[in-house]
Design a protein around this ligand. Structure first.
Ligand code: PMP
Length: 437
């Protein structure tokens, strides 16, 4: 294999590092976990990315989730172009916001929805709302789940650094500098997929917990699926007046028309969305029961606002994406079929090469964990993976034109633009990459 040409990416990365921390605007893009030069992308179409050195890749990142239809989908591009002719931001309500809210409430069963600009804003706002509604201070999250970078959520956010402080059950330290311990102390943490741990924490402290926030299917520790027992324990939190907040930023509109909620039969009080709901433009949203949502200003006392919230271009992109998905009910089955075949192919290739591998997948989300075949259900399970072997495989895939997620602890995303052509090319690359060829 000749080394890929990265001349222009390298030069842009050097310029970027001089003016931006680490050269990137979101950490995982820097390839720190896998080494090598991050590819600067010049353009994207369908299932493919093209970098500034002219190399084309089969894309399994999909902008970390939004691009479920593939890049540059004509319906989405057309909707944005059409909206563009009418102006880019009004700071006043417009029809697109109503139409997208009507569609989201119809698909998801949420009675009210509020648009924000990112997944981080959605979870941050939903938690403030839960605290305002219940009059309680504490929130509960699960180890290794990621809910964006609001202060109180950067606790055990997929990282291993934990010190149980003050001997209080479930209390833990921040996983980022700059988060005061006093904030982190309001976030209780327990293990994902541990129903008895959750029950115990709720028994002891449920009366002071405003909300339990969770990834219904985890993508941010690699893909982890919830057990039925864990889902049942989640539903029990309502018995103590605690709100259940499903963070569907990654899974919403991806795992089914109504995300993981639809797939798993969940009944959350509030749901957070992002990624697909903006069709590749910056959008987040939170929604749920009217009784709770009507606590949000100006209807209620919980303040939340945004200069660009409900932006007309973003609403147009989100509407076009959701309408396209609605118009093609077979799309979810096709996405799942591709992903299932990808999983099987990766397993077979790894076995043939003698590489230990466990593949977790659901719908169009998949993680290939470099560890012996077995059950991976918690962050601690995922953390046993051989990250050096993953990094080597990642580089070998990249050199063969496959852009995998540049971290062992992330999901990859399949889009509707991925066809048999991409599947076969990916598995050819994977076979060679496992063999270290
Ligand atoms: N929640 C989940 C489940 C996510 O996966 C992410 C982002 N990957 C976020 C929240 C934060 O979203 P954003 O990056 O748009 O702020």
């Amino acid at each position: 294999m000749t080394a890929p040409d990265t001349t222009r990416s390298e030069s842009l990365f050097a310029r970027a590092r001089a003016v931006t921390p680490g050269g990137v605007n979101s950490p995982v893009r820097a390839f720190k976990n896998v080494g090598g030069v991050p590819r600067f992308i010049a353009s994207a179409r369908g299932a493919h990315l093209t970098d500034v050195d002219g190399q084309t890749y089969i894309d399994y990142v999909g902008s970390w989730g939004p691009m479920i239809l593939g890049h540059d989908h004509p319906a989405v591009r057309g909707a944005i172009a059409d909206a563009l002719t009418r102006g880019t931001s009004f700071g006043a309500p417009s029809a697109g916001e109503v139409e997208l809210a009507e569609l989201v409430t119809r698909i998801t069963g949420a009675e009210r929805v509020r648009f924000v600009n990112s997944g981080t804003e959605a979870t941050m706002s939903a938690l403030r709302l839960a605290r305002g509604f219940t009059g309680r201070k504490y929130i509960l999250k699960f180890r290794g789940n990621y809910h964006g970078h609001a202060d109180g959520l950067l606790v055990e956010a997929g990282s291993g650094l934990l010190t149980h402080s003050a001997g209080q059950l479930g209390t833990s330290a921040p996983s980022s500098a700059g988060v005061p311990e006093e904030y982190a102390a309001l976030t209780l943490v327990t293990e994902y997929n541990d129903p008895s741990g959750l029950d115990a924490l709720m028994r002891e402290r449920g009366h002071e917990i405003a909300a339990v926030i969770f990834e219904p299917v985890v993508g941010n520790a690699g893909v982890l699926l919830p057990t039925p027992e864990f889902l049942a324990a989640l539903h029990r939190v309502g018995e103590r007046g605690t709100l259940l907040i499903a963070d569907e930023v990654m899974t919403g509109f991806r795992l089914s028309p109504n995300g993981a909620t639809g797939l798993l039969g969940l009944r959350p009080d509030l749901t957070c969305w992002g990624k697909i709901i903006g069709g590749g433009l910056p959008v987040g949203a939170y929604g749920g029961r009217a009784e709770v949502m009507d606590f949000v200003s100006p209807q209620g006392p919980v303040y939340q606002a945004g200069t660009l919230s409900g932006n007309p271009l973003a609403m147009a992109a989100g509407l076009a994406t959701l309408r396209q998905l609605q118009a093609d009910p077979g799309v979810y089955a096709r996405l799942e079929a591709y992903t299932t075949r990808l999983a099987a192919g990766l397993r077979d290739a790894a076995r043939e090469a003698g590489v230990p591998l466990t593949v977790n997948h659901v719908g169009s989300m998949l993680t290939a964990f470099f560890q012996p075949e077995g059950q991976i259900r918690t962050y601690a399970d995922a953390a046993r993976s051989d990250t050096a072997a993953f990094a080597a495989w990642f580089q070998a895939m990249l050199a063969r034109g496959v852009y995998w997620a540049p971290s062992q602890f992330e999901s990859i995303f399949v889009s509707a633009a991925h066809t048999d052509l991409e599947l076969n090319a990916t598995l050819d690359a994977a076979r060679a990459a496992y063999k270290g060829a």
